[in-house]
Design a protein around this ligand. Structure first.
Ligand SMILES: *Cc1c(COP(=O)(O)O)cnc(C)c1O
Length: 415
């Protein structure tokens, strides 16, 4: 059978992959923290890794496992683990895989909290070089003998710089180092990071995957590209029979189990339901995003628009090659000098002023004084963040209503 379409697979994924009890089409929410073994040998075998079984729900439970199967299928991985938030997926994984003295090459255009976490890693003796990931030369230049990997987002937020995934993936493969990609901004069907040789794919499930602004979650997927035998930090206890599982096993034990940022079963259920409409929501959102970006680009009250789908975006051609399912639904723009972003936002009626993205509703945020408040002016400039910049996460509203709201607010502040 030829591979079915994206949404066909999504709406049937839970039923097909997890065969829920009683013929249900969803896996039900299972709250048990502990699991009984009628034959005591069973719990011994489970502890010793000789048998796969749920033992204690901090490490695994049925509803979370069902979601992990669905995410693993979505990204084409050899293993996926869920966490309580996107940040805990990132932090738990990096704590599990790194040691003092290791070096990482990290995108200089990062989600603010991730950037803040890399600063914490520095305090633990991990060396970090921030670099411009749109330019492979700069990534290559940052390489050192102790470099363990490269970390980047597919499309950066808020300025939408597009990482050269193709060239970085090639480089990481040659050097046998990890290629870690945060695909939160462009989940499938927009970008399949595995095609660019990503080793680990991170995702904040809170955003597009869940989609409705009512649940937090995060995940890491091992794509199977990386040869863990080349990674010196895998502990002997986690060098299990199947070499493809070394990395995810260490992340599960040292990251999920020991740090304990477990996804709640109720959250797993909510995320799984949200995933059914991922393709529909994201198509509609990015349709709106292109219309809105074009409108803003032509408006005299706007000085600059950042959206990878616009022909004059600096990485438009890279985006076209890498974002095979479309350019996403995040855009930013600068108001012309003299127009106060706060007054503009207060004129909006439909669009919500909130810090979140990937929601069904269109959201707007003044970025410099909020998510980049802790950074210096110099750091903000390096990331391309200007003082009168607004980030828009475009939702699924009817296009005309959305554009009317922007038109009215721009008119109100410029008159
Ligand atoms: C939101 C976000 C995160 C963190 O996810 P949470 O679920 O909010 O912890 C990480 N990376 C990117 C790119 C994000 O947008």
């Amino acid at each position: 059978m030829t591979k079915q379409g994206f949404t066909t697979r999504q709406v049937h994924a839970d039923r097909r992959l997890n065969t829920p009890e009683h013929g249900g089409v969803h896996t039900s929410t299972s709250n048990s923290v502990l699991f009984e073994f009628k034959d005591a040998q069973g719990i011994i075998d489970a502890f010793q890794g000789k048998r796969a079984a749920h033992v204690y729900s901090r490490s695994s439970s049925p509803s979370v496992a069902a979601l992990q199967n669905m995410l693993n299928e979505l990204e084409g991985g050899v293993g996926t683990l869920c966490f309580s938030t996107g940040m805990s997926a990132i932090s738990s994984t990096l704590f599990a895989l790194l040691k003092a003295g290791d070096h990482l090459i990290v995108s200089q255009y990062l989600f603010g909290n991730t950037r803040s976490f890399f600063e914490t890693l520095k305090d633990f003796g991990i060396h970090v070089t921030y670099t411009d990931v749109t330019d492979i030369e700069q990534v290559v230049e940052a390489y050192q003998p102790n470099t363990k990997g490269v970390y980047t987002e597919t499309v950066a937020n808020p300025v939408t710089q597009v990482a050269d995934l193709h060239a970085i993936g090639q480089f990481c493969e040659e050097k046998h180092i990890l290629f870690m990609v945060d695909n939160t901004m462009t989940p499938p069907p927009l970008c399949y990071a595995k095609e660019f040789k990503a080793s680990l794919i991170f995702c904040s499930l809170t955003k597009y995957i869940a989609g409705h602004g009512n649940v937090l979650g995060g995940a890491v997927t091992d794509t199977g590209h990386f040869n863990w035998e080349k990674y010196s930090n895998i502990k002997p206890a986690y060098q299990v029979a199947d070499k493809a599982q070394w990395g995810i096993t260490q992340i599960k034990k040292k990251g999920l189990r020991d740090l304990g940022a477990t996804l709640a079963p109720e959250s797993a259920t909510a995320i799984a339901v949200g995933m059914e409409t991922l393709g529909l929501r994201i198509q509609r959102s990015q349709h709106n995003a292109l219309k809105l970006a074009t409108f803003l680009d032509n408006h005299p009250g706007v000085s600059q628009v950042f959206y990878p789908g616009l022909a004059d975006h600096p990485q438009h051609f890279m985006a076209r090659e890498q974002l095979t399912g479309g350019y996403g639904a995040i855009l930013s723009f600068n108001l012309v000098d003299g127009v106060d972003p706060v007054s503009f936002l207060n004129e909006m009626e439909l669009v919500i002023c909130a810090t979140h993205l990937g929601d069904n509703r269109t959201l707007a945020l003044p970025v410099a004084p909020t998510i980049y408040f802790e950074n210096t002016a110099e750091e903000r400039e390096k990331m391309g963040v200007s003082d009168n910049m607004l980030r828009i996460s475009v939702g699924i509203e009817d296009t005309d209503d959305l554009i009317a709201d922007f038109r009215n607010a721009l008119h109100a502040v410029s008159s």
